[in-house]
Design a protein around this ligand. Structure first.
Ligand code: NI
Length: 253
């Protein structure tokens, strides 16, 4: 039924029950998962999970928070990791200006390097954008890639329109179910069927009614049901279109 387009099952919050949880997914309507890398270690672990489970795919990248002391040697190791056949995208990459522990210039430099790598490898990108709309969109405009998704979208309707104009997909996480997410509800109404993604970003961002608890793909149903209400359609339709979109985007046969 569902395609969880963005998850972090290598996270230590899954250490206790990772494999029993993943083993339970097929019978609970979770058809595909893309496990997202944030540095060399989590990218490697994502590949390990993808090699163990046929329904899991992986991405590799340096998250904006992880580039402070990045070296050329690290970047070369990333490129090598991307040769793995279960790597389906470069991500998550982008700009995060929420905290100021990594200088903007450094984030921008490595973001662009990874955009160019994605283009070279003919892979799509998974974008993380937080408090950095203008700079992020400028870089997306000037760096052509095969395709891209704005993960855990949290911007305005106007930003969403700009993102759609660039040809990017928009992905909704559990945050769309939050009662104070009025703007996001408006965005959820305007994203065309063929550009919509759904994700958990687990273990983070549990949807209502589990806000604050550890998240997993089993909670996608709650996010889908809020999206279905906002878009006047059924949960089944949301599941179908988001699964098909993600399969096309990640080039999964
Ligand atoms: Ni994430």
């Amino acid at each position: 039924m569902f395609f969880d387009s963005h998850a972090h099952y290598e996270d230590r919050r899954f250490d206790e029950d990772r494999f029993s949880l993943l083993d339970s997914f097929k019978e609970n309507g979770i058809d595909y998962i893309v496990n997202i890398g944030t540095n060399l270690e989590t990218s490697k672990k994502s590949i390990e999970l993808a090699n163990k489970y046929d329904f899991i795919y992986a991405t590799a990248a340096f998250y904006p928070d992880e580039v402070l002391s990045l070296t050329e040697e690290d970047f070369f190791k990333l490129e090598k990791l991307c040769e793995n056949e279960k790597i389906v995208a470069i991500g998550e990459i982008g700009l995060d200006y929420h905290y100021d522990d990594v200088p903007k210039e450094k984030q921008i430099y490595w973001f662009e390097r990874q955009m160019k790598l994605a283009n070279k490898l003919d892979l799509p990108v998974v974008i993380h954008m937080r408090d950095s709309t203008k700079d992020t969109l400028d870089i997306l405009k000037s760096n052509k890639v095969k395709g891209g998704v704005m993960h855990c979208f949290s911007g305005s309707v106007e930003t969403a329109k700009n993102v759609l104009e660039l040809g990017y997909y928009i992905s909704f996480s559990g945050t769309v179910t939050f009662r104070n997410a009025k703007n996001l509800a408006e965005v959820a109404k305007i994203v065309p069927d063929d550009r919509l993604f759904i994700e958990t970003d687990c273990p983070y961002l549990s949807p209502e009614p589990y806000r604050g608890k550890r998240n997993s793909s089993l909670n996608l149903i709650h996010t889908a049901s809020v999206l279905a209400n906002l878009r006047n359609t059924s949960v089944e339709h949301i599941a179908d279109i988001t699964r098909n979109n993600a399969k096309t985007f990640y080039n999964i046969k």
